[in-house]
Design a protein around this ligand. Structure first.
Ligand SMILES: C[S@@+](CC[C@H](N)C(=O)[O-])C[C@H]1O[C@@H](n2cnc3c(N)ncnc32)[C@H](O)[C@@H]1O
Length: 466
């Protein structure tokens, strides 16, 4: 009879085999019959790890060394791969990433007990690198020092991404293979100018420091580029920074400066000023032109978003006389793409800036049958009285608010197209809809975020007749 070896102790070094990666991007392995969760590791790898926690259900550990690579393990592209975590899957073969994501959706639906027959294969991204049209970088006064850096390296300034699990430490990013081509040049300029002008970076502990965020956005089909610089205060040196930034990058079509004196670490501002250009960029998708402001939501992977919208239009199967409700409408992309095929579309969106963009986008495209309601859907949906024929819902990662689901069930649209980048919250929302008279008829996932554990999926539900 096989015996299971004793559970390793905290601090012990063990040899583990990685079996899979879970939906949170954690590697799940096994040590002598005991499950272990690791922060890294590719399925099939044999690794050396140190146990850091002994939970009842599993051990947790840090990976120390890959002893033998599994067949799906490929070379990571980025020098920051071990410290950043932004591309958690970059050393996993791309086809295997798609299979893993497919499994995550399947697991989420099964866990939430949503009956389904089949999930279509994940539509891969034909260009899985440099696909992000937007990147939000943080300035930080406490730099995350990477493992191989020399002793005594300066630690008081960084421009990049927060180190995983560290709200206060920022990794000084010199390369990023997700950012649009040429984007890193803006990052380098901002870093060099800040140092030259002796502008301090924001400190998350003391809430002091001037530079806070740099947001970059690119219109992939228009070539337009926006930079949004957020500081804690204004002043002459900030002005000089902005002026010189513009001068060094004539290709920048617009530059916006925002001031955010608050403590919350978000790239937003209470005061905003356009330094150059119109204050937004434009993008063209499937024949519709969109204006995108610094803080408006817009799909971050332009080419894959076009395919996503194609899938949504197919699944909406809207008819000429239909009324469509587009919940969580952002800058209006889905609403405006559907408007040409139906009688009327109403979009609902929290951000007033995104609604202003959506309205401007409707008029710049000569679309008069799309209107938008600004405000929190948990409140605005209460006053909706007309039953839509088709309802599209594309909520943030946290999913739909309970009150929104309740009202959707009362409104009883014949068809619901639920779009989600979080299979777990989607499964929760779908379970309620299925429980109240809907049937999940199709699930069509797309990889909008290659090399990350996130996956987009279009779920189509129809109302059962009896
Ligand atoms: C995943 S995005 C979808 C945007 C849009 N459908 C698109 O494809 O461009 C989610 C949107 O929901 C909005 N949102 C978040 N919470 C909301 C709420 N409570 N009420 C209404 N909209 C909300 C966000 O501002 C964001 O624009």
């Amino acid at each position: 009879m096989d015996t299971v070896a004793q559970r390793p102790k905290k601090g012990e070094e063990v040899e583990a085999v990685v079996e899979t990666i879970d939906r949170r991007g954690r590697s799940v392995g096994e040590v002598d019959g005991h499950p272990i969760i690791l922060t890294r590791g590719i399925p099939g790898d044999r690794v050396r790890a140190r146990v850091t926690k002994r939970r009842r259900a599993e051990l947790q550990g840090v990976l120390l060394e890959v002893l033998e690579r599994g067949p799906l393990h490929v070379d990571a592209r980025c020098a920051h791969a071990q410290s950043c975590g932004g591309c958690r899957f970059q050393d996993l073969a791309y086809e295997a990433q798609l299979e893993l994501l497919h499994g995550h959706i399947q697991e989420a639906l099964a866990n939430a007990r949503v009956p389904f027959s089949e999930i279509e294969p994940v539509i891969g991204c034909p260009t899985p690198w440099n696909y992000r049209n937007k990147m939000e970088l943080s300035f930080g006064a406490i730099r995350w020092v990477e493992a191989e850096e020399p002793e005594g390296v300066a630690r008081d300034f960084a421009l990049g991404f927060h180190a995983p699990g560290r709200f206060d430490r920022v990794l000084d990013v010199r390369e990023c293979h997700l950012l649009f081509e040429g984007g890193m040049e803006f990052v380098t300029t901002a870093r060099e100018l800040a140092k030259e002008l002796e502008l301090s970076a924001w400190n998350q502990h003391t809430h002091e420091g001037c530079l806070r965020h740099l947001v970059l956005r690119r219109g992939v089909h228009t070539g337009e580029t926006l930079a949004y610089v957020v500081t804690s205060e204004g002043g002459e040196v900030v002005e000089e920074f902005l002026e010189r930034f513009c001068a060094l990058h004539p290709e920048l079509t617009t530059l916006v400066h925002g001031v955010n004196p608050g403590v919350a670490d978000v790239a937003t501002s209470s005061e905003r000023r356009v330094v150059k250009g119109p204050g937004w960029i434009t993008e063209r998708l499937r024949g519709v032109e969109f204006r995108i402001s610094p803080e408006s939501f817009f799909q971050t992977n332009t080419l894959q978003a076009e395919r996503l919208f194609g899938v949504i239009l197919e699944e909406a199967a809207a008819q000429e006389a239909d009324l469509v409700h587009d919940l969580y409408s952002g800058a209006g992309s889905i609403s405006l793409l559907l408007a040409g095929a139906v009688e009327r579309v109403v979009g609902f969106e929290l951000s007033a800036e995104a609604v202003a963009d959506a309205e401007a986008n409707a008029s710049r495209n000569g679309i008069s049958n799309a209107t938008f309601v600004a405000g929190d859907l948990a409140e605005t949906i209460a006053s909706v009285s007309e039953r839509p024929d088709v309802l599209v819902s594309d909520p943030p990662r946290s999913g739909m608010h309970e009150k929104v689901v309740e009202r959707v069930i009362e409104l009883a649209p014949q068809r619901i197209v639920h779009v989600s980048c979080n299979a777990h919250t989607a499964a929760r929302d779908l379970a309620r809809l299925v429980h109240h008279g809907y049937e999940l008829v199709r699930a069509r996932p797309l990889d909008l975020f290659p090399h990350t554990p996130h996956v987009e999926c279009v779920f189509t539900l129809t109302r059962r007749t009896s």
